[in-house]
Design a protein around this ligand. Structure first.
Ligand SMILES: CC(C)(COP(=O)(O)OP(=O)(O)OC[C@H]1O[C@@H](n2cnc3c(N)ncnc32)[C@H](O)[C@@H]1OP(=O)(O)O)[C@@H](O)C(=O)NCCC(=O)NCCS
Length: 174
Protein backbone atom coordinates (compact mmCIF):
# COMPACT_ATOMS: atom_id res chain seq x y z
CA UNK A 1 0.00 0.00 0.00
CA UNK A 2 1.26 3.46 -0.89
CA UNK A 3 0.82 5.71 2.18
CA UNK A 4 -0.25 9.33 2.29
CA UNK A 5 2.71 11.63 2.97
CA UNK A 6 2.62 15.33 3.74
CA UNK A 7 5.19 18.10 3.62
CA UNK A 8 4.84 21.77 4.59
CA UNK A 9 3.44 22.65 1.13
CA UNK A 10 2.42 19.36 -0.44
CA UNK A 11 0.20 16.32 -0.15
CA UNK A 12 1.49 13.06 -1.60
CA UNK A 13 -1.42 10.70 -2.13
CA UNK A 14 -1.44 7.26 -3.74
CA UNK A 15 -1.64 7.65 -7.52
CA UNK A 16 -5.09 6.66 -8.80
CA UNK A 17 -6.86 6.32 -12.15
CA UNK A 18 -8.39 9.76 -11.60
CA UNK A 19 -4.89 11.24 -11.95
CA UNK A 20 -4.62 10.03 -15.55
CA UNK A 21 -5.61 13.46 -16.95
CA UNK A 22 -2.85 15.21 -15.00
CA UNK A 23 -0.41 12.49 -16.02
CA UNK A 24 -1.34 13.07 -19.67
CA UNK A 25 -0.57 16.79 -19.26
CA UNK A 26 2.95 15.89 -18.11
CA UNK A 27 3.63 12.94 -20.42
CA UNK A 28 2.40 14.76 -23.55
CA UNK A 29 4.67 17.80 -23.10
CA UNK A 30 7.73 17.74 -25.37
CA UNK A 31 9.93 19.78 -23.03
CA UNK A 32 9.01 17.72 -19.96
CA UNK A 33 9.72 14.53 -21.92
CA UNK A 34 13.02 15.71 -23.39
CA UNK A 35 15.01 13.29 -21.22
CA UNK A 36 12.44 10.48 -21.00
CA UNK A 37 13.00 6.98 -22.42
CA UNK A 38 10.15 7.58 -24.89
CA UNK A 39 9.06 10.68 -26.82
CA UNK A 40 6.03 12.61 -25.54
CA UNK A 41 2.84 10.56 -25.67
CA UNK A 42 0.11 11.83 -28.01
CA UNK A 43 -2.53 9.25 -27.16
CA UNK A 44 -4.50 9.40 -23.91
CA UNK A 45 -5.15 5.67 -24.12
CA UNK A 46 -1.42 4.97 -23.93
CA UNK A 47 -1.15 7.11 -20.79
CA UNK A 48 -4.12 5.25 -19.31
CA UNK A 49 -2.20 2.01 -19.97
CA UNK A 50 0.96 3.45 -18.36
CA UNK A 51 -0.93 4.40 -15.19
CA UNK A 52 -2.75 1.04 -15.14
CA UNK A 53 0.60 -0.78 -15.37
CA UNK A 54 1.97 1.34 -12.53
CA UNK A 55 -1.04 0.45 -10.37
CA UNK A 56 -0.49 -3.26 -11.13
CA UNK A 57 3.10 -2.92 -9.86
CA UNK A 58 1.72 -1.30 -6.69
CA UNK A 59 -0.67 -4.23 -6.23
CA UNK A 60 2.24 -6.64 -6.72
CA UNK A 61 4.16 -4.85 -3.96
CA UNK A 62 7.07 -3.86 -6.19
CA UNK A 63 6.34 -0.14 -6.49
CA UNK A 64 4.71 2.87 -4.87
CA UNK A 65 3.46 5.78 -6.98
CA UNK A 66 2.37 9.11 -5.54
CA UNK A 67 0.39 11.97 -7.05
CA UNK A 68 1.81 15.21 -5.66
CA UNK A 69 -0.76 17.98 -5.09
CA UNK A 70 -0.92 21.37 -3.42
CA UNK A 71 -4.07 20.36 -1.49
CA UNK A 72 -5.55 17.01 -0.49
CA UNK A 73 -8.07 16.97 -3.36
CA UNK A 74 -6.22 19.24 -5.78
CA UNK A 75 -5.00 18.16 -9.19
CA UNK A 76 -1.67 16.36 -9.41
CA UNK A 77 1.20 18.73 -10.20
CA UNK A 78 3.70 15.90 -10.23
CA UNK A 79 4.28 12.22 -9.73
CA UNK A 80 7.01 10.54 -7.70
CA UNK A 81 7.73 6.89 -7.17
CA UNK A 82 9.69 4.06 -5.70
CA UNK A 83 9.97 1.20 -8.19
CA UNK A 84 11.76 -2.12 -8.41
CA UNK A 85 11.38 -2.37 -4.64
CA UNK A 86 13.44 -5.35 -3.52
CA UNK A 87 12.64 -6.14 0.09
CA UNK A 88 15.35 -8.76 0.48
CA UNK A 89 18.18 -6.57 -0.77
CA UNK A 90 16.49 -3.46 0.70
CA UNK A 91 16.85 -1.34 -2.40
CA UNK A 92 14.57 0.65 -4.68
CA UNK A 93 14.72 3.01 -7.64
CA UNK A 94 13.34 6.54 -7.36
CA UNK A 95 11.54 8.47 -10.11
CA UNK A 96 9.96 11.90 -10.48
CA UNK A 97 8.07 13.97 -13.01
CA UNK A 98 6.50 17.39 -12.49
CA UNK A 99 4.26 19.61 -14.59
CA UNK A 100 6.35 22.25 -16.29
CA UNK A 101 4.10 25.03 -14.94
CA UNK A 102 5.34 24.14 -11.44
CA UNK A 103 9.06 23.73 -12.06
CA UNK A 104 11.53 25.80 -10.11
CA UNK A 105 9.58 26.14 -6.86
CA UNK A 106 11.41 23.47 -4.89
CA UNK A 107 8.35 21.19 -5.05
CA UNK A 108 10.27 18.24 -6.50
CA UNK A 109 12.89 18.47 -3.82
CA UNK A 110 10.29 18.78 -1.05
CA UNK A 111 8.28 15.79 -2.32
CA UNK A 112 11.31 13.61 -2.96
CA UNK A 113 12.81 14.39 0.45
CA UNK A 114 9.62 13.05 2.04
CA UNK A 115 9.88 9.89 -0.08
CA UNK A 116 13.57 9.40 0.71
CA UNK A 117 12.78 9.77 4.44
CA UNK A 118 9.86 7.34 4.19
CA UNK A 119 11.92 4.80 2.21
CA UNK A 120 14.89 4.87 4.56
CA UNK A 121 13.10 5.21 7.90
CA UNK A 122 9.84 3.31 7.41
CA UNK A 123 10.71 0.78 4.70
CA UNK A 124 14.31 0.45 5.94
CA UNK A 125 15.57 0.69 2.36
CA UNK A 126 19.36 0.82 2.45
CA UNK A 127 20.07 1.70 -1.18
CA UNK A 128 18.08 4.16 -3.25
CA UNK A 129 19.15 4.66 -6.83
CA UNK A 130 18.13 6.59 -9.91
CA UNK A 131 18.83 6.58 -13.62
CA UNK A 132 18.57 9.66 -15.82
CA UNK A 133 19.66 10.63 -19.30
CA UNK A 134 23.07 12.25 -19.44
CA UNK A 135 22.52 16.00 -19.70
CA UNK A 136 19.37 16.11 -17.56
CA UNK A 137 20.80 18.84 -15.32
CA UNK A 138 17.61 19.34 -13.28
CA UNK A 139 17.45 15.66 -12.29
CA UNK A 140 21.15 15.58 -11.53
CA UNK A 141 20.92 18.64 -9.28
CA UNK A 142 17.77 17.37 -7.55
CA UNK A 143 19.41 14.03 -6.79
CA UNK A 144 22.60 15.67 -5.53
CA UNK A 145 20.52 17.86 -3.20
CA UNK A 146 18.89 14.66 -1.88
CA UNK A 147 22.27 13.15 -1.06
CA UNK A 148 22.70 10.93 -4.12
CA UNK A 149 26.09 10.65 -5.77
CA UNK A 150 27.25 9.46 -9.16
CA UNK A 151 28.16 5.81 -9.67
CA UNK A 152 28.70 5.64 -13.41
CA UNK A 153 27.44 5.85 -16.95
CA UNK A 154 25.39 3.31 -18.86
CA UNK A 155 26.63 3.88 -22.40
CA UNK A 156 23.99 3.88 -25.12
CA UNK A 157 21.43 2.50 -22.69
CA UNK A 158 18.43 4.07 -24.43
CA UNK A 159 17.41 4.09 -28.07
CA UNK A 160 15.28 7.16 -28.69
CA UNK A 161 14.48 9.09 -31.87
CA UNK A 162 16.85 6.76 -33.77
CA UNK A 163 19.83 7.65 -31.56
CA UNK A 164 21.43 5.89 -28.60
CA UNK A 165 21.60 7.86 -25.34
CA UNK A 166 23.84 7.46 -22.31
CA UNK A 167 22.35 7.33 -18.81
CA UNK A 168 23.81 8.22 -15.43
CA UNK A 169 23.35 6.06 -12.34
CA UNK A 170 23.15 7.90 -9.03
CA UNK A 171 22.63 6.30 -5.63
CA UNK A 172 22.28 7.09 -1.96
CA UNK A 173 23.09 4.72 0.89
CA UNK A 174 21.37 4.99 4.26
C1 LIG B 1 13.50 16.98 -12.59
C2 LIG B 1 12.33 17.85 -12.19
C3 LIG B 1 11.29 17.04 -11.42
C4 LIG B 1 12.84 18.99 -11.30
O1 LIG B 1 11.76 19.84 -11.01
P1 LIG B 1 11.98 21.28 -10.35
O2 LIG B 1 10.66 21.85 -10.07
O3 LIG B 1 12.89 22.11 -11.20
O4 LIG B 1 12.75 20.90 -9.01
P2 LIG B 1 13.07 21.80 -7.75
O5 LIG B 1 12.49 23.17 -7.94
O6 LIG B 1 12.72 21.05 -6.54
O7 LIG B 1 14.66 21.94 -7.86
C5 LIG B 1 15.56 20.93 -7.47
C6 LIG B 1 16.98 21.41 -7.73
O8 LIG B 1 17.26 21.31 -9.14
C7 LIG B 1 17.75 22.56 -9.61
N1 LIG B 1 17.34 22.70 -11.00
C8 LIG B 1 16.09 22.76 -11.49
N2 LIG B 1 16.10 22.87 -12.84
C9 LIG B 1 17.42 22.89 -13.18
C10 LIG B 1 18.09 22.97 -14.43
N3 LIG B 1 17.42 23.04 -15.60
N4 LIG B 1 19.45 22.94 -14.42
C11 LIG B 1 20.14 22.84 -13.28
N5 LIG B 1 19.56 22.75 -12.04
C12 LIG B 1 18.20 22.77 -12.02
C13 LIG B 1 17.10 23.57 -8.71
O9 LIG B 1 17.79 24.82 -8.71
C14 LIG B 1 17.21 22.86 -7.37
O10 LIG B 1 18.53 22.94 -6.85
P3 LIG B 1 18.86 23.94 -5.61
O11 LIG B 1 18.02 23.45 -4.47
O12 LIG B 1 20.31 23.77 -5.42
O13 LIG B 1 18.45 25.33 -6.09
C15 LIG B 1 11.66 18.49 -13.44
O14 LIG B 1 12.64 19.17 -14.19
C16 LIG B 1 10.98 17.49 -14.33
O15 LIG B 1 9.83 17.09 -14.09
N6 LIG B 1 11.65 17.08 -15.41
C17 LIG B 1 11.04 16.17 -16.40
C18 LIG B 1 10.96 14.76 -15.92
C19 LIG B 1 12.30 14.11 -15.75
O16 LIG B 1 13.22 14.34 -16.53
N7 LIG B 1 12.37 13.29 -14.71
C20 LIG B 1 13.56 12.52 -14.42
C21 LIG B 1 13.52 11.23 -15.07
S1 LIG B 1 14.67 10.14 -14.26
Amino acid sequence: MTPFLTTPRLTLRPLALRDTGAMFTMLSDDETMRFWDWPAFRDREVVNDVVAAQLRDVDAGTAMYWAVALTLDGPAIGSCDLSDIDRHHKRAEVGFLFSRAYWGNGYAREAMQAIVDFATEDLRIARLWARFHTGNAASQRLLERLGFSREGTLRGHILRDSARRDCEIYARMR
